[in-house]
Design a protein around this ligand. Structure first.
Ligand code: SAH
Length: 434
């Protein structure tokens, strides 16, 4: 059994991909910190390395492989280094991975429900009794922090690998979540982003709802804002809309992936809704929630997508006028229905053209929406500094920059918008907040 000088254990936690990985990586860092570890920037300096991998897109997966190859070299020189691979790569391919990366000490499966402290203890071959008092943990600053509230997914969208990697849907208990939020707020967090694959289904397995959870978390003193993502159209019900509209801490910000603006494509993706019902839903949301910030996800070049079908997606963007669109080229993922059943027949060049077309149309729309905000006063949470300016997000998730000599990090301030482009807003700090 390896021994550790606890005060000298240096750890490096790396993550890529979705915010759930960011949240898991943060909890892992906190846990290692509580074991007396010390964070280090460079893998070369670390005694313990944990990688949170992603397989949703091929580019992300390649980056994980690159990272692992680099670690292989380092570990050759320093065999005492301990390496854990976590995240979605660690599932069905486990045996192949173990063969290819024999130097990895532990594979931490996202399906594993073993509480994190036990996972860490297991990984470090430590006993629970070595744990230090949580309050001794060094702060990892984060004004806005992701918090995972449910794991897994019961849907089977034909392109998506997540259900195979993260297992079935299960919700974390509200009291556990609330304690995590209280813990974060005590360390300076002002905003939490509640995460789930289908976050608006939260609680159905434990007799709770996302609206109720938001009301519960709203009671945490010192917490300023609550956001949640990703929502699924068929699960976004009226009570949730009303909760967003009525709970002051919940931001008017919804991420509602449509994936395509064509009914045939949506059927092929097995999304379970059509374009018309999606548009009815966002109309209802916008009527219940005044000035809603709405974002969506789009996949271009899905199997068999014709030019006409793609044009339907562009037309939808014109009608729906989203604030933000996340667009990706379809890539077949192992084990998914689409990879088994249909040819990936849209050439890469054409997929690129479609991506650029979506970006071009959306940049214009976002530019129009943002220019329309000039002259308004927006509440924003100051999240950091960039190039001599403070930045943060409005309630509707618009990035907003302003200049001030004040020490404003983590504060909620009001800013008068003076300029709006496709990507962000500029403004000046409101007199009372100076
Ligand atoms: N649970 C969320 C999505 C999680 S994955 C939902 O209900 O949609 C995040 C985004 O990655 C998806 O919205 C989709 O647009 C994209 N994505 C997922 N699988 C993909 C694939 N095989 N190829 C390209 N993009 C994909």
């Amino acid at each position: 059994m390896p021994t550790y000088n606890l005060s000298l254990m240096r750890y490096h936690v790396w993550s890529i991909g979705c915010q759930m990985n960011t949240a898991d990586a943060r909890r892992m860092s906190d846990e290692l910190q509580e074991y007396g570890g010390e964070r280090c920037e460079r893998i070369e300096d670390a005694d313990v390395v944990v990688l949170y991998s992603c397989v949703v897109r091929e580019a992300a997966q390649n980056k994980v492989h690159n990272e692992l190859e680099q670690i292989r070299q380092i570990k050759r020189r320093r065999p005492s280094m301990r390496v854990a691979l976590a995240g979605c790569m660690v599932e069905d391919d486990r045996e192949i991975l173990a063969k290819r990366y024999g130097f990895v000490d532990r594979f931490l499966s996202p399906k594993l429900d073993l509480p994190l402290p036990h996972q860490v203890a297991d990984f470090l071959d430590l006993d629970e009794r070595y744990r230090l008092d949580p309050d001794d943990g060094e702060r990892i600053t984060g004004v806005s922090q992701p918090v995972t509230i449910s794991q897994g997914c019961n849907r089977r969208c034909t392109y998506c690998i997540i259900p195979f990697r993260r297992g079935d849907e299960r919700s974390r208990r509200p009291d556990v979540i609330r304690r995590e939020v209280e813990h974060l707020v005590a360390r300076g967090t002002k905003e939490v982003v509640l995460l789930g694959q289908i976050v608006d289904r939260y609680g159905r397995d434990i007799g709770n709802t996302l609206g109720e959870l938001c009301a519960d978390i709203s009671e945490v003193d010192g917490l300023e804002r609550i956001r949640f993502l990703t929502s699924y159209p068929l699960d976004f019900d009226r009570p949730l809309m009303e909760a967003v509209a009525s709970l002051p801490k919940v931001c008017e910000d919804v991420n509602l992936p449509i994936q395509a603006g064509d009914d045939q494509m949506l059927r092929r993706m097995a999304r379970g809704y059509g374009v018309e019902s999606y548009e009815r839903l966002i109309e209802e949301m916008r009527s219940v929630i005044p000035y809603l910030g709405l974002s969506t996800d789009i996949i271009v070049g899905f199997c068999g997508e014709t030019e006409g079908q793609f044009d339907n997606t562009l037309a939808l963007l014109e009608r729906a006028r989203f604030d933000i669109v996340h667009v990706a080229m379809y890539s077949p993922r192992p084990g998914t229905a689409s990879a088994r059943l249909w040819e990936d027949d849209v050439p890469t060049e054409e997929k690129k053209r479609r991506i650029h077309e979506v970006e071009r149309v959306q940049a214009r729309i976002a530019g129009e929406i943002n220019a329309g905000l000039v002259g308004t006063r927006q509440e924003m949470l100051v999240e950091g500094r960039r190039k001599g300016k403070w930045y943060g997000r409005t309630r509707h998730n618009k990035l907003l920059f302003f200049e001030s000599a004040g020490e404003l990090g983590g504060r909620v301030v009001n800013v008068d918008v003076t300029r709006g482009t496709s990507w962000s807003l500029q403004g000046s700090l409101c007199e009372e907040d100076v």
